[in-house]
Design a protein around this ligand. Sequence first.
Ligand SMILES: Cc1cc2nc3c(=O)[nH]c(=O)nc-3n(C[C@H](O)[C@H](O)[C@H](O)COP(=O)(O)OP(=O)(O)OC[C@H]3O[C@@H](n4cnc5c(N)ncnc54)[C@H](O)[C@@H]3O)c2cc1C
Ligand SMILES: NC(=O)c1ccc[n+]([C@@H]2O[C@H](COP(=O)([O-])OP(=O)(O)OC[C@H]3O[C@@H](n4cnc5c(N)ncnc54)[C@H](OP(=O)(O)O)[C@@H]3O)[C@@H](O)[C@H]2O)c1
Length: 493
Amino acid sequence: MSILGSILGFIYQLCQYLLSHELSLSIKLLALYLLVIYNLFFPRSQRAQRSLNISKQVFCIGNRVLRYLLTDPPILLSLSLFVCSLWCKIVPYFCGHGLGHEHARHGKIYIIMQNLYSKENPFLASIKERYRLSNPRSEKETYHISLDLKGSDYRYHPGDSIAIFSVNDPQLVERTIVAMGATGDEAIVDRKGLCFPLREFLTTKANLTEISRNFFLHILEKQHDPELRERLQSLSEDENRNALKDYLEAREVWDFLSENRQVIFTPQEIVSMLKPLLPRFYSIASSQNAVGDEVHLTVAALSYSSNGHPRMGVCTNFLCNLAPINQPAVPLYVQPHHGFTIPDNVDQDIIMVGPGTGVAPFRAFMQEREKQQGKGRNWLFFGERRMEDDFLYRDYWQKLHASQRLHIDTAFSRDQETKIYVQHRMEEQGHKLFQWLKNGASLYVCGDAKYMAKDVEAALHRIVETHGALSQPAAKDYVKKLRADKKYLRDVY
Ligand SMILES: Cc1cc2nc3c(=O)[nH]c(=O)nc-3n(C[C@H](O)[C@H](O)[C@H](O)COP(=O)(O)OP(=O)(O)OC[C@H]3O[C@@H](n4cnc5c(N)ncnc54)[C@H](O)[C@@H]3O)c2cc1C
Ligand SMILES: NC(=O)c1ccc[n+]([C@@H]2O[C@H](COP(=O)([O-])OP(=O)(O)OC[C@H]3O[C@@H](n4cnc5c(N)ncnc54)[C@H](OP(=O)(O)O)[C@@H]3O)[C@@H](O)[C@H]2O)c1
């Protein structure tokens, strides 16, 4: 490789490094300029393979600059617009093709704004509306949440999900600080070398509800109380793997630390053993063509007790209880679907199986299909505990049913002594269901992965076997083919 090639290669690697780390804007700008130099000097043929990647990074930085400018006082607005127009010109010039080219072709500022927010740079949405879908007397608490996307220019499609970065409950954070023997004001350095006050780090970055095996082993190593050490030691043995899993699942960081208060670690040591707080995903329950700048979610608030304490799901507690209404407080991005979406052919029939919150994407599907006005028929299997208390979006389904745009079959599991689930309804309607499939309908399943999705699939095999008069292996192959043809699609969690 020539000297110039080595230098340019080094510049490229350096830029990659600078752009992928949380550094100040000026350092990122420097990286941007270096990339521009790289692009100017590197031979075009070799540039091509990396150009899309680079264009994305250049574009991302440009967006950050833009966002920075746009959040400044109005006096900078004209400067921002200047940057916008300049951006339209420089991105395609330096990047050749990919994102930049597309933006230049359209030549409009709003197109550039479309990707202003992303996973790396989530949009802060406000909750516009939040109400309980399940009756207050139900044991379940399922909420409809409408978020305001105005200002983000996010575009979403039926089948997409929203990823939410939640924060930990302040009470849980305080309990953890006390268990750490800290004040909350200690300076903490994270894995990327950024500095935070401990309280902020625990609120926004740390997983306080799951204990990693690594954390467990470090506590064990330092636990010198004979009785406690023996217990932990025994749990760490291979044959007690399940007992260890139960032990860890039953505890949050604070109660694990409290039970092992003899073990002393500094706050910095503890936080470096914690898992990161990851985003949670929620199926989008609306069509953008129907609701505009909003996005709707259907969220089942998780609450249970373990180790003698009440516990709540981190993100569902945040969305359903903690996040204020009408304030930009919910960081999110759109996660595109991977094929789980309505057919392009508006005349194609669809069958949707969505018990519980699994019904969410089907509300989006139906809102979109209503707009499309195609001839395709729609069939929903919905299941929940009780008809009177848990029939999510009942009025909407009934309206669609009344206007003959939807067939609906319901399975309310706890309205009678023996449980009735969606797959029982599917089997009752097996003949008709098989005819729809034979006719080219797509079958969608959404919701619980652990039990429901497996049982529904087993029922599907039986339906195909019985109503297609096929042997067991042939029915299996039939379902396999449905999957390969993307006529049987699942979004299960
Ligand atoms: C693609 C996708 C789409 C999704 N769509 C939706 C949706 O539309 N609506 C929706 O509500 N959810 C949806 N989810 C699930 C959602 O992402 C979260 O996993 C869920 O809301 C719980 O998050 P949390 O932070 O509140 O709970 P966490 O704090 O993450 O707690 C969950 C953990 O709590 C434990 N737990 C739960 N119940 C019990 C119990 N009874 N006893 C003991 N331990 C228990 C389990 O270990 C579980 O892993 C979706 C997930 C995916 C991947
Ligand atoms: N970890 C847990 O213990 C636990 C418990 C519940 C939910 N979850 C999770 O919490 C999330 C939200 O749950 P959700 O509100 O969407 O509803 P859900 O708990 O999935 O329940 C919706 C309906 O499905 C029924 N159901 C239960 N088992 C089924 C099966 N094998 N086949 C078909 N239907 C079945 C339920 O009946 P019954 O409840 O009457 O049996 C209920 O009527 C999901 O991610 C789910 O996986 C976890």
